[in-house]
Design a protein around this ligand. Structure first.
Ligand code: GDP
Ligand code: IMO
Ligand code: MG
Length: 425
């Protein structure tokens, strides 16, 4: 099994968790390489639904090793809550979950600063974050003031944590947020640190050794290309590299060890939070997609904005990530539509755009140029064989692959493992 990077091609929530779950069976190690518990990856096994936030979705497969790479920001309380929840479902993390000693820690003040900044933001300055402290933690990382997992293993962690909390309180106060009780937060952090410490490891050496022993690695991207800090619809993005390059910088695996990159692509478009989304539908069609696709955030429960498929975004994502295959998801959600639109370009102030403009004000004003395709008006959700797909559904999928110049690898027609049609891979 080749080393595979799996990346969201749109604004997140493409169904990465489900596809990771399907591919984990053929892998030995599953690695998260960026983001934090802003992610919500849903896996449905029979009637049981799991939502993973920080822990790789591969954890649901008993014998697999899971790694939280150096590129992540880890909320200690969030992590332990997730480990406890899994334990209640008889899924053990001990001995097979490893957290990079270089990963950064999301402290309670990061969450508070995130919330305070969002509360202060006026008009269209609000990002609509998950309020998980992601931006402030990555901010501390790049300004070289962060606390890392390795600090948590050192004897002076308590003093370090206390100093950071005291300093952060000045920022929180200035932002008009809720100042933290230093003693209480320090004590809570120390209690959590004791529980997290056994999972901290040198994951770079671990990955290298496993790779040398011929084990195959699956990289689980979080968020999506349009939320990437460099390539996304800045500033309405997350604070990490969600694109394929992040798999190397966020794990320590070298680029020449990556064999293939799979893009996860929803058959239509969704977005949670603020920021431009050219194909957003605020009419009953958008509402229909939200309802049938159960488009509510897996982390925050917020309704997702829904719209037609945006090929400008998909082509842009393919160019950046170099996708070898698409895993197209949620085709079944389009089952009832007689006509389906695909955005093939944008228009703004008389200019045609074939790719995503860097200026958020331009992207905000972009109007989609649509092609219309015939729907299939048949239930696809029970299909297990690609050959049995209605003709117009095949045409729709072929069209998406043709205009993005990426081959189909996997087609998903429902949330369960069984609703997965393997085509090219
Ligand atoms: P992720 O963040 O990319 O892992 O995606 P989420 O889990 O946030 O959102 C995807 C949602 O769609 C979840 O509720 C999945 O159970 C569901 N899902 C995944 N694939 C399919 C599919 O092919 N059809 C339908 N109807 N639902 C799907
Ligand atoms: P998964 O992995 C969808 C969005 C937030 C907000 C922006 C910044 O489940 O696809 P942040 O809290 O990261 O600072 O918020 O990014 N966002 C996501 N949207 N899926 C996600 O993850 C997301 N993670 C963050 O809604 O617009
Ligand atoms: Mg999600």
């Amino acid at each position: 099994m080749p080393n595979t990077v799996l990346v969201g091609a749109q604004w997140g929530d493409e169904g990465k968790g489900k596809i990771i779950d399907v591919l984990t069976r053929e892998s030995d190690v599953v690695v998260r390489y960026q983001g934090g518990n802003n992610a919500g990856h849903t896996v449905k096994v029979g009637e049981q639904q799991y939502v993973l936030h920080l822990i790789p979705s591969g954890i649901l497969h008993e014998e697999k090793v899971c790694i939280i790479g150096n590129g992540l920001v880890v909320d200690l309380a969030g992590l332990m809550a997730e480990i406890d929840e899994l334990a209640e479902l008889d899924i053990k993390c001990e001995g097979r979950l490893y957290i990079s000693d270089r990963a950064h820690i999301v402290m309670p003040y990061h969450r508070e600063i995130d919330a305070a900044r969002e509360a202060r933001a006026k008009g269209n300055k609000k990002i609509g974050t998950t309020k998980r402290g992601i931006g402030p933690t990555y901010g501390d990382k790049v300004t070289r003031r962060g606390l890392r997992m390795i600090d948590l293993c050192s004897g002076d962690f308590e003093a370090k944590a206390r100093q950071h909390i005291e300093e952060a309180n000045c920022v929180i106060e200035a932002l008009g947020g809720q100042v933290l009780d230093v003693d209480e937060v320090t004590a809570d952090t120390m209690a959590l640190a004791a529980r997290v410490r056994p999972y901290v490891a040198d994951t770079i050496s671990l990955l290298k050794d496993m790779s040398k022993a011929g084990k195959s690695v699956l990289f689980e991207g979080a968020q999506g290309t349009m939320l990437d800090i460099d390539f996304g619809s800045y500033p309405y993005v997350t604070s990490s590299n969600a694109t394929a390059g992040g798999a190397c910088t966020g794990s320590g695996m070298s680029p020449n060890k990556i064999d293939r990159v799979i893009g996860v692509l929803k058959a239509y478009t969704t977005r949670v939070g603020e920021g431009p989304m050219p194909t957003e539908l605020t009419d009953e069609v958008g509402e229909q997609l939200r309802k049938k696709g159960a488009e509510f955030g897996a982390t925050t429960g917020r309704p997702r904005r829904c719209g037609w498929f945006d090929a400008v975004v998909a082509r842009y994502a393919a160019a950046i990530n170099g996708f070898d295959y698409w895993a197209i998801t949620k085709l079944d959600v389009l089952d009832d539509h007689e006509k389906i639109k695909v955005c093939v370009a944008y228009e703004c102030d008389g200019k045609r755009y074939e790719t995503v403009p860097a200026d958020p004000d331009v992207l905000e004003k972009c109007v989609p140029v649509y092609e219309e395709l015939d729907g299939w008006c048949e239930d696809t959700s029970e299909l297990t064989d690609y050959a049995k797909l209605p003709e117009n559904a095949k045409k729709y999928v072929d069209y998406l692959c043709e205009i993005t110049e990426v081959k189909l690898g996997i087609l998903s027609v429902g949330p369960k493992r069984s609703a997965t049609l393997r085509v090219g891979i």
